[in-house]
Design a protein around this ligand. Structure first.
Ligand code: GDP
Length: 426
């Protein structure tokens, strides 16, 4: 059975969690392959509204195995806080497996995240301060601590000392802060290791075997294509690859196993954090869309920050779907646009010389790009009860078909509300 990837076509917050939650019931495995607790998925189901950060979105589906793969930035404290919160909401204890090769986000990574944003001042990246950038920096500097290291005291101390050596120089001389103590940090990491142990295993063998047996596997991305460090709006990107292509690496599956790539996009645009955002709205128009968007307005799940909102950007979405290798698109939040008489769609970017392009440019040019809009008639009615494409108002059908034509990838799923059942196939 092919592995399905659910990934973001844009800047994140496209509604991937809702789609994964909806599809998880028919999946044997749901796998996180990158990122950490620095973004959030919102899912709404029989247990209420649940914000997930580090846990895979299959945790509410009994019988689904939830895998945290080697590519994830794993924070022990966040993991247990999120798990306890979930259990507190009445969700039965989910089946979770954590890769022994995943690496640990250390308290010192969080500290550095905050200190670095403070040092950058106005030039800061709008980090969620979860330690993700310092974590991945250490991983590629070969200074990371793997989950397996928790169970070998000497090795753990040795790894922690290696991680702290250069950081202590920076703490003292760049940031003017006290040094971190290796023994104390190792002791802190050891504190929850016994509780963690039952979750830890070789998830690569587990998934490869499941795949060979033909079981159904969903890999879920965090954030979106435009936050990818190689293909996104660098340096306003995240620190791990958000692309379906990386899912094979971060989960531990053969690259050719992932043959269905669902790129999730909203029917308008939203973006948390800094960086160029060509169709961004401001003032009353933005406030109206922000208030109506998502399940409770467009405010970040992890940070609570108001999300930047704008009209649908076909240039960015076509590009996002291309770099994801999307085989289909899931369009979410179509219901949100029901208040508009007319709906603008950005079909091209105009550069400083007046030339219009449909190609997504590098950041240097993106920052001065101006949106070129066309306008479609709105449908001015609620569509959250609709479950068939043909039952959508003609204007809503035309809007979807126009987006599909511009993106160049078939829109197969349409979401008309935040609840699990407010979703249909076309
Ligand atoms: P993710 O990180 O891609 O999973 O996205 P988030 O959960 O951060 O943001 C998506 C927001 O849209 C959440 O508030 C969801 O509850 C909400 N949502 C998802 N699909 C729909 C939809 O079709 N309509 C509405 N109104 N809200 C939706």
């Amino acid at each position: 059975m092919p592995v399905t990837a659910i990934v973001g076509a844009n800047w994140g917050d496209e509604g991937k969690g809702k789609l994964t939650d909806a599809l998880a019931g028919s999946s044997n495995y749901v796998v996180r392959f990158q990122g950490g607790g620095n973004a959030g998925h919102t899912i709404i189901n029989e247990y209420g509204k649940i914000a997930l950060h580090l846990l895979p979105s299959g945790v509410c589906s009994p019988g689904t195995v939830n895998v945290i793969g080697p590519g994830v930035a794993f924070d022990i404290g966040d993991f247990f806080a999120e798990l306890d919160d979930l259990l507190g909401k009445g969700v039965p204890a989910p089946d979770i497996r954590l890769s022994e090769r995943a690496q640990l986000v250390l308290p010192v990574h969080r500290l550095f995240d905050g200190l670095e944003e403070e040092r950058l001042g106005e030039r800061q990246f709008g980090s969620t301060k979860k330690g993700i950038a310092p974590f991945y920096a250490d991983k590629y500097l070969k200074l990371g601590v793997q989950v397996a290291d928790l169970y070998d005291d000497d090795r753990l101390l040795e790894r922690v000392k290696a991680a702290l050596a250069s950081k202590n120089v920076l703490l003292r001389h760049l940031y003017g802060k006290p040094e971190a103590d290796a023994e104390a940090l190792a002791a802190e990491l050891r504190r929850n290791r016994e509780r963690l142990k039952p979750f830890v295993c070789n998830t690569t063998e587990l998934l490869q075997e499941a795949w060979r047996r033909g079981e159904s596997i969903l890999v879920e991305g965090q954030l979106g294509a435009l936050r990818d460090p190689d293909h996104g709006i660098y340096p306003y990107s995240t620190s791990s690859s958000t692309l379906a292509g990386f899912a094979a690496v971060g989960a531990g599956l053969p690259p050719y196993a992932i043959s269905r790539v669902i790129a999730v996009t909203k029917a308008y645009s939203s973006c948390v954090g800094t960086g160029p955002f060509v169709t961004e709205l401001h003032g009353a128009e933005a406030e109206e869309l922000r208030k109506r968007g998502g399940s409770a307005g467009e405010y970040g799940v992890t940070t609570g920050r108001p999300r930047r909102v704008g009209w649908f950007d076909a240039v960015a979405t076509r590009y996002g779907c291309m770099v994801q290798g999307a085989t289909e698109v899931a369009l979410t939040n179509l219901d949100v646009l029901g208040y508009l008489d007319e709906i603008p769609i950005c079909t091209g970017y105009r550069d400083a010389s007046g030339t219009v392009t449909t190609e997504f440019p590098v950041n240097r040019l993106l920052e001065s790009a101006q949106p070129v809009y066309e306008t479609m008639p709105g449908w001015r009615t609620a569509i959250d009860d609709v479950r068939l494409f043909d039952k959508l108002p003609a204007e809503a059908q035309a809007y979807v078909l126009r987006l599909e034509g511009l993106i160049g990838v078939p829109v197969r799923q349409i979401s008309v509300g935040p609840h699990r059942e407010q979703l249909f196939e076309r």
